[in-house]
Ligand binder design. Sequence first.
Ligand code: TXA
Ligand code: MG
Length: 325
Amino acid sequence: MTERLTATPSGLEKAARILREGGLVAFGTETVYGLGGDATQPQAVARIFEAKNRPRFNPLISHFASAHAAFAQVEAPPIAHKLAHAFWPGPLTLVLPRAVGSTVSELAADGLSSLAVRVPRGAAVQALLAKIGRPIAAPSANRSGRISPSDTEHVLEELSGRIDAVLDTGPCAVGLESTVLDLTLPERPMLLRHGGIPAEALETVCGPLSYPDTQSDTAPVSPGRMLSHYAPTLPVRLEATHVLPTEALLAFGPHMPHGAAVTWNLSESGNLEEAAARLFAGLRFLDKAGARLGLTSLAVQPVPAQGLGLAIRDRLHRAAAPRPE
Ligand code: TXA
Ligand code: MG
């Protein structure tokens, strides 16, 4: 059974013990809840893939208590140090060449010669990482292809009975996954996934970014880019300016179209940070309401394509993409 732990000294101690013994503990970070396992134990990492039902061994992000600990596992050029200084702890993941002596299991990195590292923000996750003193591999704590969890209840909906414990740290502050930046290329850093740190903010530190030239799903550099990710059950209709009475509405801003069966406003004031933090909870809420009320689709109001809006739009486009099967 999945135990619910509180972020108290005894709860953290228990969580650290489970992880050291090769078990799985979900925990809140500033972005979303992660499904954590000791990255140095191949069996623990294998259990992560199994619990998530991941179709294949997508590489996982390793989480650390400090930049110092993270950079012991990778070859970090000066630009990585600069970015870490500016954004860690925080929602930025850096992909770097694996160091020769890296203790992260091959399975966590899917046998790649690179490794994704990040130092998350949040008192509880920081305390846990410091306590265990090892890298924790943690994908988002949802079953593969489903909406990422931004609260403990979501984790339990997804993974109850499949993991040992969840450390309840309340709702996540940012609510979107970390931005993934690849620093292994000879040219510009490449933004592999929009996320909690806007591209514009990164560019002020590391100059212009490059982007993968295909949005295709065929040989994804970063499997988080797979198109049919974040799938609610209801079909999703983007850029909606009106709604039908048979629709659920994911609204943004003060000017909502009226007449939807059920509505969740991401941010009535049109604030993108608030919208990011409320996105995954809103998708879950509307999806459930839609199933209960027998609705036809989920209409989504336009979200501006700037700053965190880019990451929000990315998740919404994936939610609207054609599904496999
Ligand atoms: O905010 C987050 O990043 C959350 C929290 C729990 O930290 N984690 C998360 O993990 O979103 P996950 O597994 O859902 O997404 C990890 C992303 C994927 O897109 C994966 O392909 C990419 O990071 N990634 C991991 N290692 C990589 C590598 N060596 N090269 C390129 N991309 C990599
Ligand atoms: Mg994920």
